[in-house]
Design a protein around this ligand. Structure first.
Ligand code: CO
Length: 184
């Protein structure tokens, strides 16, 4: 089921999401709905708070042929990714990060905005899958950027907070104008 996306500057995007304790049917429903919502909106990643649920849950639709792609969050063809290719992370914790990398990022909660953001190039993450099994993943490409973007959502942060003061001011002005004009 497709759920409504929480759009900036909705206060819920500032919430610190809670750890998942019950790996039950409710969690599976949430993950399936998040998948449907992400695909319907041509997204490549989604955190639970973006559908209004403050749980530490995120999904990423891993690009197959675009592993070294330049952009994160760009619109893509919803039919080119099988569901099996979706990474689900519950209660993720970054245990190691290294290096720096700049990628252009976007976000379903801030539609139409793309900005270069610097993050760690390499991350190692501990997390649980939907069955409650502990997993570890290491990555130093597109996926590493995606994971950091989505984990930020779980900590109440959105990517535009990483912009310089001047760029952020410009963004806020533009965003208010778009809201006034009913474009968002
Ligand atoms: Co986002």
């Amino acid at each position: 089921m497709i759920r409504e996306i929480v759009v900036y500057p909705d206060k819920r995007l500032k919430l610190i999401s809670q750890e998942v304790k019950d790996f039950d049917g409710g969690l599976c429903d949430l993950l399936d709905d998040m998948y449907d919502t992400m695909i319907a909106r041509n997204g490549v990643g989604l955190a639970a708070i973006q559908v209004g649920v403050d749980l530490r849950v995120l999904i990423i639709n891993i690009p197959l042929e675009d592993e070294d792609g330049e952009n994160y969050g760009e619109e893509r063809n919803p039919n080119d990714q099988p569901k099996d290719n979706t990474l689900e992370m519950i209660n993720p914790i970054v245990t190691h990060k290294e290096g720096h990398e700049k990628f252009q990022e976007g976000c379903l909660s801030i539609p139409g905005v793309y900005e270069d953001i610097e993050r760690a190039k390499y991350v190692k993450v501990d997390y649980y899958d939907r069955k409650g099994n502990k997993q570890t993943l290491e990555n130093s490409s597109f996926l590493a950027i995606a994971i950091q973007h989505e984990i930020d959502h779980l900590d109440g942060k959105v990517f535009i907070e990483k912009l310089s003061y001047i760029k952020r001011k410009k963004f806020e002005k533009e965003w208010k104008r778009k809201q006034k004009e009913g474009l968002i």
